[in-house]
Structure formats: structure tokens, C-alpha cells
Design a protein around this ligand. Structure first.
Ligand code: GLY
Ligand code: MN
Ligand code: MN
Length: 445
């Protein structure tokens, strides 16, 4: 029913009675180089959204005039059964996915010829070429469909929100168990193993993105994925990870001291980020602009770093001179859904803001009920950014060089929650301890 509703939402965006069709090929299995090593299969998100089918080698046609849904499935032979497993009967496909019409993939041309659409809407060149190469040659349009599906996917339905709550609840559990287990001397991958185990125990095998399990200075690397260092006493540990439930992602970050107690400098930096997180979440409501949240979080971070003496000057001057971007060089958050960095952050005509830090913000639009966003401020000490700034006449005036040069191995702090925008304000899906006292209590047990 859920995917039927998604198709209805898409149909409603096209003119009634229009002669046209939507054509999408789902994902194939990917192999590593020239070997038979299979990467785990993961359906293309738009195809999954419209069909619920998370199996390789399928395709769909939606007839825009009759609103009929044709699902095309691969015809498997005996060798497939020998090497890859069961060959599903047509009845089983029909029963599971309930298309209006079920066909084998070699029947795409026949069905297209029956529908005779004036225009075929596709997502990409590859699908468009297939349509144009069919012997009659149909006119393909690759401009419209992506925008239409993005429009549908930005506002989640109640069923999608239930899936996202489920992904979040298991992620909450996994993050909390990792927090309980960490000890100095462990390797980053040991904590990844525990995190993954808890998801597997709950049936969630697919990670939503490359998880980051980063001790010490690795925690300043935004997409650190090696996860193979030993975590030392006195270091922070940053974990940014999540799995999917039925395709829907969870994306949570926590940062805490491996030995269970925040040092004074760790506490100061942590509180700057936590204040930015909490004050941003409190502001989430219909009509708020993500770029305003980003700038307000940046101010909060500057206030926090000023309090502990890492930067000097008025917060207005620190903002005006882009000092915030030296410490917080990524966006405050992004849409979350079938993709971790979900679609729709920039409506047509809205450009990125050409300014340090905020130019990496992935969402620039007014928040509306049914949107799901992450809020993830951070502070990092990246020598590659700080050294040139310390040598720059303008920026260096705002920086405490003595203190900052001591922090080149500190790494960073990021805290990330997942939030649904509601009519009343927001619903926070993330329930992993984040107040310092609560973290120290768990780590001390
Ligand atoms: N690690 C992906 C993100 O938080 O956006
Ligand atoms: Mn994340
Ligand atoms: Mn994120």
C-alpha cells in the first residue's frame, strides 16, 4: 500500500489523461573489478520508493494515462538457481509486489508499443537511450522525472516516518551499547564490530553510509573510514554511523572521551558543540530556513570557543571574518530518507551560498512538516586550515595561537541528531545520551 501511495503521489504531478510513461530500470548487482565478488545489492532509491522491490535486474513502466503499473522482472534459468538461489515464480512476484501487470524484462518493448506514449520520462541517459533505441524510437525526457520524484520524497508519509523511527530506535540502541563498551586501548574497528553486531541482531544488514569510528586526531577527518587505529587514553572517540530499515536511513553522531572523563579542554569544546546542537533543534519548526539555523549555530560555536579562550574579539567580528568556518567547515545538516544525504535540499533556482563553511550546506529551503533533517554541528582542529589562518594578517588577530597550536592532535567533536519537522515543531528521533554528565555516568559504569 505504501508504494501504491507513492505512485499515486507521482501520478498526481502529471497532467490528467496525458499520453506518457515513466520508465526506470532498477539497479544491477555490482562486482568488484573483473571478479565474481558481489557488492551487497542495494536498490536505486527512486525505484525502491515506487515499487518496494529491493531485488536486482527489474524495471518499471508507469502508464500516465491509465495510471497502471507494469513491473518487469528477470527471467532466471536453472544455472541461476544453482549459483544464486531460488528462482521466484511469477505468482510469487505478483503476490509480493502486486503490480497491475507483471512481465519479464524482455517484454519492455512490447508493453511500450501497446502504451504508445507521446513521451517517456526517465531518470538518466542510460534509460533514455534504451527507450530511444527501441525500434519505433520513443521520445525520452530526462528533465522532469527527477524533480517530480524529489518533490514526492522530500515530504515523508506516515509510513515512511514509521520506518525512520524504526531505523533510529535500533541505531539508538547500538550507539548506547558502543558507549558502554569503549575502553582506551581498543581499536576503532572493535567498536565498529559491536555497532554492526547490534544492527545485525535486529535484522539491519545494510549500513546507510560508510560509518566513521574515529579516535583522537582521526575524529577531525570528516569522512574517515579506515577505522583501524588504536584509541588512546585521554583521546576523544567520534562515532558517526547508522543502518537502514527497509531502505530508510539513520545517521547519528556522538563524541566522548575513551577513558570516561572529559578533560577541561574537551569539555569546553564539547559544550560549544552541544549548545549549538540543542539551540538549533529548539528552533526547528515550519517555515524556518536551514541557512539561518546554520548561521545561528555558527554563532553559538564562536561564543563557546571564545569562552574557553581559543578565539578573541566580538562574535560579530568573528562571524564577519569567517572565523567560524575554520572550526566548523561543513553544513549544519541535510535531509534524511531513502538516502542518507537525501534528495531535495536545493529546489530549482536556489544556489549554494558562496561563503566558507556554509557553501557545503546541503539544504537551503524552508522547513515543512514531514521533512526529516539531521542537525550536526561540529568543531574540528584541522592543521591544514589553522596553519594558513594563523599566518594570515586578518584572521590571526582572532586566533589564540598558543592554545590552538597545542590542539593540532585533538581531533574534533561532532554531535548529530535526526529530527522530523512536525506541525507543532519537531520530533527528535535520536535518543542517545549527549549531556556530558549522562555520558560520564554511562562510561563510568
Ligand atoms: N557521515 C555522513 C553525515 O553525517 O552526513
Ligand atoms: Mn552522520
Ligand atoms: Mn549527517
Amino acid at each position: 500500500m505504501m508504494h501504491h501511495n507513492h505512485r499515486k503521489k507521482l501520478f498526481s504531478l502529471f497532467e490528467e489523461n496525458q499520453s506518457g510513461a515513466v520508465f526506470i530500470q532498477g539497479s544491477d548487482i555490482l562486482y568488484r573489478n573483473e571478479t565474481d565478488y558481489e557488492y551487497p545489492f542495494r536498490q536505486e532509491s527512486n525505484f525502491w520508493y515506487l515499487t518496494g522491490v529491493n531485488e536486482p535486474d527489474c524495471a518499471l513502466i508507469l502508464d500516465l494515462k491509465t495510471e497502471e503499473y507494469h513491473l518487469f522482472v528477470p527471467k532466471r534459468d536453472a544455472q541461476y538457481a544453482v549459483w544464486h538461489g531460488y528462482v521466484k515464480s511469477q505468482e510469487a512476484w505478483q503476490q509480493q509486489y502486486k503490480p497491475d501487470h507483471l512481465h519479464y524484462t524482455n517484454e519492455i518493448l512490447t508493453v511500450m508499443n501497446e502504451i504508445k506514449p507521446d513521451k517517456v520520462y526517465c531518470l538518466n541517459e542510460k534509460d533514455a537511450e534504451l527507450v530511444e533505441d527501441l525500434d519505433r524510437g520513443f521520445e525520452a525526457d530526462i528533465e522532469t522525472l527527477q524533480d517530480a520524484l524529489t518533490y514526492c520524497r522530500v515530504i515523508k508519509t506516515d509510513e515512511e516516518l514509521e520506518y525512520m523511527r524504526k531505523a533510529a530506535s535500533i541505531n539508538n540502541l547500538a550507539h548506547t551499547e558502543v558507549m558502554k563498551a569503549i575502553k582506551p586501548g581498543m581499536y576503532e574497528y572493535e567498536l565498529k564490530a559491536l555497532f554492526t553486531k547490534i544492527h545485525y541482531e535486529n535484522g539491519l544488514q545494510q549500513d546507510a553510509y560508510n560509518g566513521i569510528f574515529a579516535g583522537g586526531k582521526n575524529s577531525a577527518i570528516l569522512h574517515y573510514v579506515e577505522n583501524n587505529s588504536k584509541i588512546k587514553d585521554g583521546e576523544l572517540f567520534l562515532i558517526d554511523a547508522g543502518h537502514e530499515y527497509q531502505g530508510y536511513a539513520s545517521d547519528i553522531t556522538r563524541t566522548y572521551p575513551a577513558n570516561g572523563t572529559f578533560s577541561a579542554i574537551q569539555a569546553g569544546v564539547y559544550d560549544a558543540v552541544l549548545n549549538a546542537l540543542n539551540t538549533s533543534i529548539e528552533q526547528v519548526q515550519t517555515g524556518v530556513k536551514m541557512e539561518d539555523l546554520h548561521m545561528s549555530a555558527s554563532r553559538t560555536i564562536m561564543e563557546g570557543l571564545k569562552e574557553i579562550g581559543l578565539v578573541n574579539g566580538s562574535v560579530d567580528d568573528l562571524m564577519e571574518n569567517n572565523i567560524f568556518a575554520l572550526f566548523f567547515p561543513h553544513g549544519l545538516g541535510h535531509f534524511l530518507g531513502l538516502d542518507t544525504h537525501d534528495v531535495g535540499g536545493y529546489p530549482k533556482g536556489v544556489e549554494r551560498i558562496d561563503r566558507p563553511g556554509i557553501k557545503y550546506l546541503r539544504v537551503r529551503r524552508d522547513l515543512q512538516p514531514g521533512m526529516v533533517i539531521t542537525i550536526e554541528p561540529g568543531v574540528y582542529f584541522v592543521p591544514a586550515l589553522l596553519i594558513p589562518a594563523l599566518e594570515d594578517d586578518t584572521q590571526s588577530k582572532f586566533l589564540n595561537a598558543d592554545k590552538l597550536t597545542q590542539l593540532f592532535e585533538f581531533g574534533g567533536v561532532r554531535i548529530e541528531d535526526n529530527v522530523i519537522v512536525t506541525e507543532q515543531g519537531y520530533e527528535n528521533l535520536t535518543g542517545v545520551p549527549k549531556e556530558r554528565a549522562d555520558i560520564e555516568k554511562i562510561l563510568g559504569q
